[in-house]
Ligand binder design. Structure first.
Ligand SMILES: Cc1cc2nc3c(=O)[nH]c(=O)nc-3n(C[C@H](O)[C@H](O)[C@H](O)COP(=O)(O)O)c2cc1C
Length: 183
């Protein structure tokens, strides 16, 4: 598989130095306010140092109410920019491309974590989630866009949009055999 070690050029920006990409992995190392911790910075920059052509962050929430896990990295506010900028620089300094996975847990956001009922799109009896109004849907779209712009400002090479597992962009019925179960 010699091609794995060859550079890969993209439509925009720098080329990847090889075709190895670190998958988004929820590492639960951020501070409670969504800022990156030193441990998380070290984990992700070690992956870049280890030779990945692209390093992706864990799922990072674009709204406070979209937090799905304790210790999740946030991208919902400009107050998070210094930590995000440090991370983008740290990954770049090791020669890898960097990407942030944009996420909103929707009805799977634990009420205890977000301090209230989770948000739809639909009402959900199982989780107590409330449906989004049209205005809130517009706000959600704007917040995904704002998070992407924030990541670019921080110096990341790209973003990935998380659309799976019953999170806000692909909500579906949760059943006991589904990977969408709340834990
Ligand atoms: C601990 C752990 C955390 C994960 N976190 C995320 C995540 O934040 N976002 C995501 O899209 N996938 C997440 N995944 C899924 C992985 O990115 C990957 O798609 C999955 O593990 C399948 O790849 P594999 O067969 O190489 O393990 C996670 C997987 C594991 C094991």
């Amino acid at each position: 598989m010699p091609k794995l070690f060859e550079p890969l050029s993209l439509a925009r920006g720098r080329a990847m130095s090889n075709r190895f990409m670190l998958a988004p992995l929820t590492n639960s190392q951020s501070h409670a306010d969504g800022t990156i911790s030193d441990d998380e910075f070290d984990w992700l920059t070690y992956q870049a140092e280890g030779g990945f052509g692209l390093v992706m962050t864990c799922a990072a929430h674009v709204q406070r109410v979209g937090q799905g896990f304790p210790g999740q990295l946030g991208v919902f506010s400009d107050a998070l920019l210094p930590g995000l900028t440090r991370l983008a620089r740290g990954i770049r300094a090791q020669g890898a491309l960097s990407s942030v996975q944009l996420h909103h847990a929707g009805i799977r956001a634990p009420a205890k974590l977000i301090g209230g009922a989770p948000r739809g799109p639909p009402d959900d009896a199982q989780t107590g989630a409330m449906a989004l109004s049209e205005v809130e849907i517009e706000q959600l779209i704007d917040d995904f866009v704002a998070a992407a712009v924030r990541c670019e400002k921080a110096g990341f090479d790209g973003v990935e949009i998380h659309g799976a597992h019953g999170y806000i962009l692909c909500v579906g019925p949760l059943d006991e055999n589904s990977c969408c179960q709340l834990s």
